[in-house]
Ligand binder design. Structure first.
Ligand code: ADP
Length: 492
């Protein structure tokens, strides 16, 4: 098979910029596909310090685009930690800002997000049409989430264009802007329609991606089914159901070089499935020390890392806390987000200083130590497109306790007597979004934890589950081919 030329557009990619799972995927999937002999290149905005992660950096082109008062630069480099060519869209007025790419220090969206990501999308479109004087053009542009949603729309105006695939990593973030912004961006009027990017009198960048791309995908088979329903569709279920034949559900993988307890430089003691019991205990003690919790191996320790938002079921955990704190258990939490959740968690931590460890921050190193040092990992999500932490947990022998939704339902096999006997169980799963179900499930886990030999077997089995990108990258290649075929059939 000839090597495919793919331009992978994303607003974040590990290790250059990360706020969540999208970065993990964008940092790992392109190189996993390159390993299969293809030519995937990543394109993203140039944030502060982005260049630190690249070698062979050169400024290749300057472009004048609508929406930018000055020329923007395209910088090309090689990602230092992987075999991947990266293009950075360098426009400091929009992207050279501290902190998150989406929100300011007060937690509000940057007021010019529409302009910022419209410019990024315009730059990607011009490059992929071969109009930027690069010595390379893609056959397909792989767009990810609302920040890239205008790309398929802009490309749809051309008769000769690369194919477009739009992947939904989280349908809840829609890039909604008002009509005046639409006018201000000088987007073609044909886009303002119910069959275009108009969404209840607003403009939705996400909808733009859903409507104008040749094919669509999302990050787990269960989420694919869910987003076609009114319960999970966030208003987009109609479009998605209409395009069901174009919609694919491909489970995310995890980057085995970054998330590997056998070689992880961010944990205190390396381990594998053959020495997990002893060496994991060292990490647990380090974690307890870090949070000032009583040291010891016998008290089960539950970890949680994530954005502190409603999606992640933080309210459910808070409601369960009084009952949970009566049990012999320690909990460590790392995250930031909603101020009310942060305050409520702080209050709980002050009340139960010997049982709860809390860090309200973004801390990559600590996230790894929590995966390595916890016995169990909690994800009581309201919805979860795929979820990565449960897969990291499996890999680290940290037994996931998850709600049966989205990718969590696809990656964790619930413990039952039968599944312990036939050695298929990998974690604990609950269905109902209710405090009682959560508590019951945590108690089930704590109970099995006292059966040391059964728990050891469970840890080893979890560690051997294959969630590598290698396996899943091929599914993207197959989808790329289908998408390219559809585009070339349409342009004939
Ligand atoms: P989402 O994309 O919805 O945030 P995922 O589970 O797909 O959730 O991915 C979240 C990623 O972000 C994981 O790699 C997780 O470890 C990381 N992460 C989230 N919050 C933090 C934090 N406060 N500190 C460090 N890493 C974090």
């Amino acid at each position: 098979m000839a090597a495919l030329r793919i331009l992978y557009a994303s607003s974040e990619a590990h290790p250059i910029m990360k706020t969540g799972g999208l970065a993990d995927v964008s940092g790992a999937l392109p190189s996993a596909i390159n390993q299969l002999g293809h030519d995937v290149r990543l394109i993203m905005p140039a944030y502060p310090n982005s260049l630190d992660h690249l070698s062979d950096v050169k400024e290749i082109v300057e472009l004048d685009l609508m929406g930018a008062e000055k020329s923007l630069k395209i910088i090309q480099g090689q990602l230092k930690i992987a075999n991947l060519t990266v293009y950075l869209i360098d426009y400091p007025e929009f992207f050279d800002r501290p902190g998150s790419p989406y929100i300011n220090q007060n937690g509000e969206d940057w007021a010019d997000n529409a302009q910022r990501f419209a410019l990024f999308s315009r730059a990607v479109s011009v490059i992929s049409l071969g109009l930027a004087n690069l010595d390379w053009t893609p056959e397909l542009v792989h767009c990810n989430d609302w920040q890239t949603g205008l790309i398929p729309a802009l490309l749809s105006l051309q008769s000769e264009r690369p194919a477009t695939l739009f992947t939904v990593h989280n349908l809840a973030y829609q890039g909604l802007f008002d009509r005046a912004t639409f006018e201000d961006l000088k987007l073609p009027n044909v886009f303002w329609s119910a069959d275009g990017l108009e969404f209840f009198d607003k403009m939705s960048y996400l909808k733009s991606g859903l409507v104008y791309s040749d094919k669509l995908s999302t990050v787990s088979p269960t989420y694919k089914e869910q987003i076609c329903t009114s319960e999970y569709g966030c208003g987009m279920e109609g479009i998605l159901s209409k395009r069901i034949d174009d919609l694919h559900g491909i489970l995310n993988g995890i980057d085995y070089s970054t998330w590997n307890p056998g070689s992880d430089p961010l944990i205190s003691k390396l381990y594998s499935s053959s020495n997990v019991t002893l060496n994991k205990l060292d990490n647990k003690k380090e974690l307890q020390r870090y949070f000032g919790l009583p040291l010891g191996g016998n008290t089960p320790l539950i970890g949680l890392v994530g954005r502190l938002v409603e999606q992640k079921g933080i309210d459910l955990l808070l409601a369960a806390m009084p009952e949970l704190m009566k049990l012999n258990v320690q909990i460590v939490l790392l995250g930031s987000g909603n101020k009310e959740f942060e305050t409520a968690l702080k209050r709980q931590q002050k009340k139960h200083i010997k049982k709860i460890g809390l860090k309200l921050a973004y801390d990559e190193r600590l996230a790894h130590l929590i995966e390595a040092g916890s016995d169990m990992f909690l994800m009581p999500s309201r919805f979860e497109p795929c979820g990565l932490n449960q897969m990291y947990s499996l890999r680290y022998g940290t037994i996931p306790i998850v709600r049966k939704t989205g990718g969590l339902a696809d990656t964790v096999i619930n413990v039952s007597k039968e599944r312990l006997e036939n050695e298929t169980a990998t974690g604990f799963v609950f269905k109902q979004l209710q405090t009682d179900s959560l508590l019951k499930t945590i108690k089930r886990a704590l109970n099995l934890y006292t059966n040391r030999s059964e728990w050891r077997k469970l840890m080893r089995r979890a560690m051997l589950v294959d969630n590598s990108w290698e396996k899943r990258a091929q599914q993207y290649v197959d989808l790329y081919q289908l998408t390219i075929k559809k585009n070339s059939a349409n342009s004939k």
